[in-house]
Design a protein around this ligand. Structure first.
Ligand SMILES: O=C(CO)[C@H](O)[C@H](O)COP(=O)(O)O
Length: 228
C-alpha cells in the first residue's frame, strides 16, 4: 500500500509570513495547502508565488467552492494548483464542474464533507461522478466546539469506494498514525505545525508518524527511510 501523503495547511492571512512558513515546512511535507482565508485574502498571486518556489510539492487551494464550480476553479488549475476543493454541500452540478475542470487539466478535485448531513450518501454520489479525493473535515469552528473528524473518517473509509480520503481537523503527531490506520490517504495538519515552536520539526514528526517511521533524524532513521 502506498504511503500516505502529508499536507500542511497555511492558514495565515499574511503573504510574506505564508511564503516564509512554506519555505520552512516544504521539505517535510508532500502537499502545501493554501487555506481558505489565506487564498481569499491574498488571491491567485500567492498560488503563482508558491508554485514557482516549490516545484517539488503539490499545492492544494482550499477554495471551498459553493457555486460556479468549473468557472471558479479553472484559473487556479491553470496557475498550477494540483488540487482544488469544492463543498460537498454544493449543488451536484457545481461539484461536477470542479471534477470536470480538474480532469481537463489532469489535476484533482477534493470534495469537502464539512457540514454535509448525509455523508455516506454524498460520498457515494460524488465517487460515482469521479471525485478524486473525499475530504473528511472538522472545521476550526467545529473544533472549537469540541468536535473531531474520527467518527466521520470511520464512516467514509468503511464505504470502501477506492477513492483517496483526506482528513483535516486538529490532526497532530499523536493522532497522525491513528487517522492513517483508520483509512486516511492524506493527513492534513495546520495548527499543529504553524502553532509549534519549531514548525519544521513538528512537520517532520507528523510525517514520520503518518508514514510509519519512528525517527526522522539520525543515521538509523535515514537508513530506515531509505529502505522503506
Ligand atoms: O481547512 C481548514 C479550516 O477550514 C484548516 O486548514 C484545516 O482544518 C487544517 O487545520 P487544523 O489542523 O488546524 O485543523
Amino acid at each position: 500500500m502506498a504511503k500516505p501523503l502529508v499536507q500542511m495547511a497555511l492558514d495565515s492571512l499574511d503573504f510574506d509570513q505564508t511564503v516564509a512558513l512554506a519555505t520552512t515546512v516544504a521539505p517535510h511535507v508532500d502537499i502545501l495547502e493554501i487555506g481558505t482565508p489565506c487564498i481569499k485574502y491574498n488571491g491567485i498571486k500567492l498560488l503563482e508565488t508558491l508554485r514557482a518556489k516549490f516545484p517539488n510539492n503539490k499545492i492544494l487551494v482550499d477554495l471551498k467552492t459553493m457555486d460556479a464550480g468549473f468557472y471558479e476553479a479553472e484559473p487556479f488549475y491553470k496557475a498550477g494548483a494540483d488540487i482544488v476543493t469544492v463543498l460537498g454541500t454544493a449543488d451536484i452540478g457545481t461539484i461536477k464542474g470542479v471534477i470536470d475542470v480538474a480532469n481537463k487539466y489532469g489535476k484533482k478535485a477534493q470534495i469537502d464533507l464539512i457540514n454535509v448531513a448525509d455523508k455516506a450518501a454524498r460520498t457515494r454520489e460524488v465517487a460515482k461522478l469521479g471525485a478524486h479525493i473525499i475530504g473528511v473535515h472538522t472545521g476550526l469552528d467545529q473544533q472549537a466546539a469540541g468536535q473531531t473528524p474520527f467518527a466521520d473518517l470511520g464512516l467514509v473509509s468503511g464505504l470502501n469506494l477506492g477513492v483517496d480520503i483526506s482528513v483535516a481537523g486538529g490532526v497532530k503527531a499523536t493522532t497522525a498514525k491513528q487517522v492513517v490506520d483508520a483509512g486516511a490517504t492524506i493527513v492534513v495538519a495546520g495548527a499543529a505545525i504553524y502553532g509549534a515552536a519549531d514548525p519544521a520539526a513538528a512537520a517532520a514528526e507528523i510525517s514520520a508518524a503518518a508514514k510509519g517511521s519512528q525517527s526522522s533524524g539520525g543515521l538509523f532513521g535515514w537508513l530506515k527511510n531509505l529502505f522503506s
